[in-house]
Design a protein around this ligand. Structure first.
Ligand SMILES: *Cc1c(COP(=O)(O)O)cnc(C)c1O
Length: 324
Protein backbone atom coordinates (compact mmCIF):
# COMPACT_ATOMS: atom_id res chain seq x y z
CA UNK A 1 0.00 0.00 0.00
CA UNK A 2 1.30 3.43 -0.93
CA UNK A 3 1.97 5.94 1.80
CA UNK A 4 2.66 9.67 1.98
CA UNK A 5 5.27 11.05 4.36
CA UNK A 6 3.67 13.91 6.25
CA UNK A 7 3.90 13.02 9.95
CA UNK A 8 7.02 13.71 11.96
CA UNK A 9 8.08 10.12 12.60
CA UNK A 10 9.18 8.15 14.53
CA UNK A 11 7.60 9.80 17.57
CA UNK A 12 9.62 9.55 20.78
CA UNK A 13 8.86 7.33 23.75
CA UNK A 14 9.40 8.84 27.21
CA UNK A 15 9.30 7.09 30.57
CA UNK A 16 6.93 8.82 33.01
CA UNK A 17 9.35 8.58 35.92
CA UNK A 18 7.46 10.11 38.82
CA UNK A 19 4.12 8.46 38.12
CA UNK A 20 5.84 5.09 37.50
CA UNK A 21 7.37 5.25 40.96
CA UNK A 22 4.05 6.15 42.52
CA UNK A 23 2.22 3.28 40.80
CA UNK A 24 4.98 0.68 41.03
CA UNK A 25 5.06 -0.05 37.27
CA UNK A 26 7.15 1.18 34.34
CA UNK A 27 4.88 3.54 32.50
CA UNK A 28 5.92 4.99 29.14
CA UNK A 29 4.33 7.59 26.90
CA UNK A 30 4.59 7.49 23.10
CA UNK A 31 4.28 11.05 21.90
CA UNK A 32 1.96 10.85 18.90
CA UNK A 33 0.96 14.37 19.90
CA UNK A 34 4.38 15.22 18.35
CA UNK A 35 3.45 14.11 14.82
CA UNK A 36 3.31 17.78 13.79
CA UNK A 37 1.62 21.02 14.74
CA UNK A 38 -1.26 21.49 12.29
CA UNK A 39 -1.46 17.71 11.77
CA UNK A 40 -0.84 16.91 15.46
CA UNK A 41 -2.14 13.61 16.84
CA UNK A 42 -3.02 10.16 15.56
CA UNK A 43 -5.12 10.99 12.49
CA UNK A 44 -2.20 12.02 10.29
CA UNK A 45 -0.76 8.50 10.49
CA UNK A 46 -3.99 7.18 8.99
CA UNK A 47 -4.24 10.00 6.47
CA UNK A 48 -0.79 9.13 5.10
CA UNK A 49 -2.47 6.02 3.69
CA UNK A 50 -5.99 7.37 2.99
CA UNK A 51 -4.76 10.41 1.07
CA UNK A 52 -2.17 8.37 -0.85
CA UNK A 53 -5.12 6.33 -2.08
CA UNK A 54 -7.08 9.52 -2.94
CA UNK A 55 -4.14 10.74 -5.06
CA UNK A 56 -3.74 7.33 -6.68
CA UNK A 57 -7.38 7.58 -7.80
CA UNK A 58 -6.71 11.06 -9.21
CA UNK A 59 -9.03 12.85 -6.77
CA UNK A 60 -8.62 16.59 -6.15
CA UNK A 61 -10.92 17.03 -3.14
CA UNK A 62 -11.04 15.43 0.31
CA UNK A 63 -14.34 15.15 2.15
CA UNK A 64 -14.70 13.93 5.67
CA UNK A 65 -16.86 14.43 8.75
CA UNK A 66 -16.62 14.84 12.49
CA UNK A 67 -17.71 16.82 15.53
CA UNK A 68 -17.17 20.54 16.11
CA UNK A 69 -13.77 19.95 17.71
CA UNK A 70 -12.77 17.06 15.43
CA UNK A 71 -9.02 16.49 15.42
CA UNK A 72 -9.53 14.30 12.37
CA UNK A 73 -11.22 17.08 10.35
CA UNK A 74 -8.46 19.53 11.28
CA UNK A 75 -5.68 17.08 10.31
CA UNK A 76 -7.47 16.36 7.01
CA UNK A 77 -7.72 20.11 6.32
CA UNK A 78 -3.98 20.46 6.99
CA UNK A 79 -3.01 17.59 4.68
CA UNK A 80 -5.29 18.96 1.95
CA UNK A 81 -3.81 22.46 2.21
CA UNK A 82 -0.28 21.06 2.08
CA UNK A 83 -1.03 19.08 -1.07
CA UNK A 84 -3.12 21.76 -2.77
CA UNK A 85 -6.36 19.77 -2.54
CA UNK A 86 -9.83 21.16 -1.84
CA UNK A 87 -11.23 20.10 1.55
CA UNK A 88 -14.89 19.93 2.54
CA UNK A 89 -15.81 19.07 6.11
CA UNK A 90 -19.24 18.04 7.35
CA UNK A 91 -19.20 19.13 10.97
CA UNK A 92 -22.04 18.05 13.21
CA UNK A 93 -22.89 19.32 16.67
CA UNK A 94 -24.45 22.10 18.71
CA UNK A 95 -23.49 25.26 16.85
CA UNK A 96 -20.85 26.85 19.12
CA UNK A 97 -20.76 30.46 20.32
CA UNK A 98 -17.07 30.68 19.59
CA UNK A 99 -14.94 29.63 16.64
CA UNK A 100 -12.03 28.22 18.63
CA UNK A 101 -9.54 25.37 18.69
CA UNK A 102 -9.80 22.88 15.83
CA UNK A 103 -12.72 24.70 14.19
CA UNK A 104 -10.67 27.89 13.89
CA UNK A 105 -7.77 25.96 12.39
CA UNK A 106 -10.11 24.28 9.86
CA UNK A 107 -10.97 27.77 8.62
CA UNK A 108 -7.35 28.95 8.68
CA UNK A 109 -6.36 25.96 6.54
CA UNK A 110 -8.97 26.91 3.96
CA UNK A 111 -11.34 23.99 4.49
CA UNK A 112 -14.99 24.57 3.72
CA UNK A 113 -16.90 23.76 6.90
CA UNK A 114 -20.53 22.63 6.47
CA UNK A 115 -22.02 22.86 9.95
CA UNK A 116 -25.08 20.77 10.73
CA UNK A 117 -27.04 20.32 13.95
CA UNK A 118 -27.36 16.96 15.76
CA UNK A 119 -30.90 16.50 14.26
CA UNK A 120 -29.54 16.59 10.73
CA UNK A 121 -28.21 13.51 8.96
CA UNK A 122 -24.48 13.38 8.40
CA UNK A 123 -24.81 10.90 5.54
CA UNK A 124 -27.38 13.04 3.72
CA UNK A 125 -25.19 16.13 4.05
CA UNK A 126 -22.12 14.23 2.82
CA UNK A 127 -24.06 13.04 -0.22
CA UNK A 128 -25.23 16.56 -0.96
CA UNK A 129 -21.68 17.93 -0.68
CA UNK A 130 -20.30 15.19 -2.96
CA UNK A 131 -23.02 15.90 -5.51
CA UNK A 132 -22.30 19.63 -5.52
CA UNK A 133 -18.57 19.04 -5.86
CA UNK A 134 -19.11 16.79 -8.85
CA UNK A 135 -21.30 19.46 -10.45
CA UNK A 136 -18.46 21.94 -9.92
CA UNK A 137 -16.21 19.53 -11.83
CA UNK A 138 -14.27 18.18 -8.85
CA UNK A 139 -13.30 14.59 -8.21
CA UNK A 140 -13.99 14.01 -4.51
CA UNK A 141 -12.57 11.31 -2.25
CA UNK A 142 -14.60 10.48 0.85
CA UNK A 143 -12.64 9.63 3.99
CA UNK A 144 -14.78 8.00 6.70
CA UNK A 145 -15.08 9.47 10.20
CA UNK A 146 -11.69 9.18 11.91
CA UNK A 147 -10.24 7.61 8.71
CA UNK A 148 -11.16 4.39 10.50
CA UNK A 149 -11.35 1.91 7.68
CA UNK A 150 -8.93 -0.78 6.48
CA UNK A 151 -6.79 1.74 4.57
CA UNK A 152 -6.47 4.38 7.31
CA UNK A 153 -5.83 1.76 9.99
CA UNK A 154 -2.63 0.77 8.17
CA UNK A 155 -1.19 3.92 9.74
CA UNK A 156 -1.37 2.24 13.13
CA UNK A 157 -0.18 -1.12 11.87
CA UNK A 158 2.91 0.85 10.81
CA UNK A 159 2.99 2.56 14.23
CA UNK A 160 3.06 -0.86 15.90
CA UNK A 161 6.11 -1.72 13.80
CA UNK A 162 7.66 1.57 14.90
CA UNK A 163 7.03 0.57 18.54
CA UNK A 164 8.69 -2.81 18.00
CA UNK A 165 11.74 -1.11 16.50
CA UNK A 166 11.88 1.15 19.53
CA UNK A 167 11.68 -1.87 21.84
CA UNK A 168 14.70 -3.38 20.12
CA UNK A 169 16.65 -0.14 20.45
CA UNK A 170 15.69 0.34 24.11
CA UNK A 171 16.05 -3.34 25.00
CA UNK A 172 12.58 -3.36 26.47
CA UNK A 173 9.30 -5.20 25.93
CA UNK A 174 5.93 -3.51 26.36
CA UNK A 175 3.46 -6.00 27.84
CA UNK A 176 0.59 -3.60 27.26
CA UNK A 177 -0.09 -0.90 24.71
CA UNK A 178 -2.91 1.39 25.81
CA UNK A 179 -4.96 3.93 23.83
CA UNK A 180 -8.21 5.86 23.86
CA UNK A 181 -10.78 4.60 21.34
CA UNK A 182 -13.11 6.92 19.42
CA UNK A 183 -13.80 5.33 16.04
CA UNK A 184 -11.72 2.14 16.31
CA UNK A 185 -9.13 2.51 13.53
CA UNK A 186 -6.16 3.17 15.78
CA UNK A 187 -7.00 0.10 17.82
CA UNK A 188 -7.56 -2.07 14.73
CA UNK A 189 -4.21 -1.13 13.20
CA UNK A 190 -2.24 -1.79 16.38
CA UNK A 191 -4.05 -5.07 16.95
CA UNK A 192 -3.48 -6.22 13.35
CA UNK A 193 0.28 -5.68 13.41
CA UNK A 194 0.57 -7.07 16.94
CA UNK A 195 -1.24 -10.23 15.92
CA UNK A 196 1.45 -11.01 13.36
CA UNK A 197 3.97 -11.19 16.23
CA UNK A 198 4.37 -14.24 18.39
CA UNK A 199 4.09 -12.36 21.69
CA UNK A 200 1.71 -12.11 24.61
CA UNK A 201 1.40 -8.36 24.31
CA UNK A 202 -2.11 -7.03 24.82
CA UNK A 203 -3.60 -3.96 23.19
CA UNK A 204 -6.00 -2.24 25.59
CA UNK A 205 -8.51 0.35 24.44
CA UNK A 206 -10.49 2.77 26.57
CA UNK A 207 -13.70 3.83 24.86
CA UNK A 208 -14.65 7.52 24.97
CA UNK A 209 -18.05 6.84 23.36
CA UNK A 210 -20.27 3.76 22.64
CA UNK A 211 -20.03 0.47 24.53
CA UNK A 212 -17.62 -2.43 24.34
CA UNK A 213 -19.90 -4.59 22.21
CA UNK A 214 -20.30 -1.90 19.56
CA UNK A 215 -16.57 -1.26 19.32
CA UNK A 216 -15.64 -4.94 19.17
CA UNK A 217 -17.96 -5.27 16.15
CA UNK A 218 -16.61 -2.11 14.49
CA UNK A 219 -13.01 -3.26 15.02
CA UNK A 220 -13.72 -6.80 13.78
CA UNK A 221 -15.20 -5.36 10.58
CA UNK A 222 -12.10 -3.24 9.96
CA UNK A 223 -9.82 -6.21 10.71
CA UNK A 224 -11.72 -8.46 8.33
CA UNK A 225 -11.15 -6.00 5.51
CA UNK A 226 -7.47 -5.61 6.44
CA UNK A 227 -6.92 -9.38 6.23
CA UNK A 228 -8.76 -9.51 2.91
CA UNK A 229 -6.77 -6.60 1.43
CA UNK A 230 -3.57 -8.42 2.33
CA UNK A 231 -4.86 -11.62 0.73
CA UNK A 232 -4.83 -13.38 4.10
CA UNK A 233 -7.36 -15.74 5.54
CA UNK A 234 -9.65 -14.01 8.01
CA UNK A 235 -9.38 -15.76 11.39
CA UNK A 236 -12.65 -17.40 12.45
CA UNK A 237 -12.68 -15.34 15.57
CA UNK A 238 -10.61 -12.26 16.33
CA UNK A 239 -10.08 -12.86 20.02
CA UNK A 240 -8.32 -10.68 22.56
CA UNK A 241 -9.95 -7.42 21.54
CA UNK A 242 -10.00 -5.57 24.84
CA UNK A 243 -12.20 -2.47 25.00
CA UNK A 244 -13.05 -1.00 28.38
CA UNK A 245 -16.19 1.16 28.39
CA UNK A 246 -16.22 2.02 32.10
CA UNK A 247 -14.56 5.43 31.78
CA UNK A 248 -16.71 7.23 29.21
CA UNK A 249 -18.07 9.34 32.06
CA UNK A 250 -20.93 11.68 31.15
CA UNK A 251 -20.52 11.24 27.40
CA UNK A 252 -18.50 12.05 24.30
CA UNK A 253 -16.55 15.30 24.62
CA UNK A 254 -18.20 15.99 27.99
CA UNK A 255 -16.03 16.05 31.08
CA UNK A 256 -16.61 15.53 34.77
CA UNK A 257 -14.66 17.71 37.20
CA UNK A 258 -13.06 14.52 38.51
CA UNK A 259 -11.56 13.82 35.05
CA UNK A 260 -10.35 17.38 34.63
CA UNK A 261 -8.88 17.43 38.12
CA UNK A 262 -6.96 14.27 37.19
CA UNK A 263 -5.65 15.84 33.96
CA UNK A 264 -4.47 18.93 35.85
CA UNK A 265 -2.77 16.75 38.48
CA UNK A 266 -0.96 14.72 35.79
CA UNK A 267 0.26 17.96 34.18
CA UNK A 268 1.67 19.49 37.30
CA UNK A 269 3.23 16.29 38.64
CA UNK A 270 4.65 14.89 35.40
CA UNK A 271 4.92 17.75 32.92
CA UNK A 272 2.61 16.58 30.13
CA UNK A 273 -0.86 17.69 29.16
CA UNK A 274 -3.69 15.35 28.14
CA UNK A 275 -6.80 16.37 26.20
CA UNK A 276 -10.27 16.25 27.79
CA UNK A 277 -12.00 14.23 25.03
CA UNK A 278 -9.72 11.23 24.40
CA UNK A 279 -6.37 10.87 26.14
CA UNK A 280 -7.63 12.38 29.41
CA UNK A 281 -10.32 9.70 29.70
CA UNK A 282 -8.09 6.89 28.46
CA UNK A 283 -5.21 7.76 30.76
CA UNK A 284 -7.57 8.22 33.69
CA UNK A 285 -9.06 4.79 33.02
CA UNK A 286 -5.63 3.17 32.77
CA UNK A 287 -4.27 4.74 35.97
CA UNK A 288 -7.47 3.86 37.86
CA UNK A 289 -7.24 0.25 36.66
CA UNK A 290 -3.54 0.03 37.60
CA UNK A 291 -4.49 1.24 41.09
CA UNK A 292 -7.25 -1.38 41.25
CA UNK A 293 -4.69 -4.11 40.44
CA UNK A 294 -6.07 -4.84 36.98
CA UNK A 295 -2.65 -4.62 35.31
CA UNK A 296 -1.08 -7.35 37.38
CA UNK A 297 1.72 -9.15 35.56
CA UNK A 298 2.39 -6.15 33.31
CA UNK A 299 5.87 -4.78 33.85
CA UNK A 300 6.16 -2.22 31.07
CA UNK A 301 3.11 -0.31 29.93
CA UNK A 302 3.05 2.02 26.93
CA UNK A 303 0.30 4.63 26.63
CA UNK A 304 0.06 6.35 23.26
CA UNK A 305 -0.64 10.07 23.58
CA UNK A 306 -2.79 10.43 20.48
CA UNK A 307 -2.93 14.24 20.66
CA UNK A 308 -6.08 16.34 20.87
CA UNK A 309 -4.70 19.36 22.70
CA UNK A 310 -6.34 21.70 20.18
CA UNK A 311 -9.70 20.36 21.37
CA UNK A 312 -9.58 22.10 24.76
CA UNK A 313 -12.61 24.42 24.64
CA UNK A 314 -13.42 27.45 26.76
CA UNK A 315 -15.90 25.31 28.70
CA UNK A 316 -13.30 22.59 29.47
CA UNK A 317 -10.72 25.20 30.43
CA UNK A 318 -13.03 27.01 32.84
CA UNK A 319 -14.10 23.75 34.47
CA UNK A 320 -10.49 22.56 34.76
CA UNK A 321 -9.35 25.81 36.41
CA UNK A 322 -12.14 25.47 38.99
CA UNK A 323 -10.62 22.19 40.20
CA UNK A 324 -7.37 23.90 41.27
C1 LIG B 1 -9.53 10.27 17.06
C2 LIG B 1 -8.73 10.31 18.30
C3 LIG B 1 -8.54 9.15 19.08
C4 LIG B 1 -9.21 7.85 18.78
O1 LIG B 1 -8.73 7.20 17.64
P1 LIG B 1 -9.73 6.28 16.79
O2 LIG B 1 -8.87 5.70 15.75
O3 LIG B 1 -10.78 7.20 16.26
O4 LIG B 1 -10.31 5.27 17.71
C5 LIG B 1 -7.75 9.23 20.20
N1 LIG B 1 -7.19 10.41 20.56
C6 LIG B 1 -7.36 11.54 19.86
C7 LIG B 1 -6.74 12.79 20.36
C8 LIG B 1 -8.13 11.53 18.70
O5 LIG B 1 -8.29 12.66 18.01
Amino acid sequence: MERLQIANLPTPIHKIERLSQELGVNLYLKRDDFTGTEVSGNKVRKLEFSVAEALRQGCDTLITAGGIQSNHCRATAAVAAKLGLVCDLVIRGEIPNQIEGNLFIDHALGARAHLITPDESREAKMEEVVKNLKTEGHKPYVIPVGASNAIGSLGYAAAMEEIIQHENELGIYFDRVVIAVGSGGTYAGLWYANQQQATKRKILGYAVDHNTETFVEVIKDILKEMYQNDGLKVPKECKDIFINDQYIGVGYAKSTSEELEFIMKMSRENGFLLDPVYTGKGFYGMVSDIQKGKFQGAKNILFIHTGGLLGWTQEHREMALKTL
